[in-house]
Design a protein around this ligand. Sequence first.
Ligand code: ZN
Length: 143
Amino acid sequence: MNTFSGRTTGNIYVARLAKGDDLLAQLNAVCERSGFRQGAIELIGAVEKAALGFYDQVAHRYATIRWETPMEIASGMGSLSIKDGKPFVHVHLTLAGEDGSCVGGHLCEGVIVFAAEVILREIETDRPLERTPDADTGLFLWR
Ligand code: ZN
């Protein structure tokens, strides 16, 4: 376990995303505009289609699952931290279809926004929330 202590700065940045754009690209743009380097991300809304990742814990790679149907963003949450010296967005989504059943996973490129509301909260920690390669998982994790 790696732990960090810190606080929320009280600074927030709020955005409504545009229809038709890529969700991950827009979240990166929102975080860049905010000027925050570290933060907590939450969002709700709807998507026109989706692509979510599932990490194969043996093969150490993501499989991408795609849906070509509209869905609600029942929940979206994640973090803004540092990777390769730059702010990096990591978000997981729970998406609900028209019968209310949900799917979920790691936000990938290819999730197209219908509408979305994002709240970003800046956090400060005693040392940077920096992602580095982790041999046990094959992921870039906070060191
Ligand atoms: Zn993930």
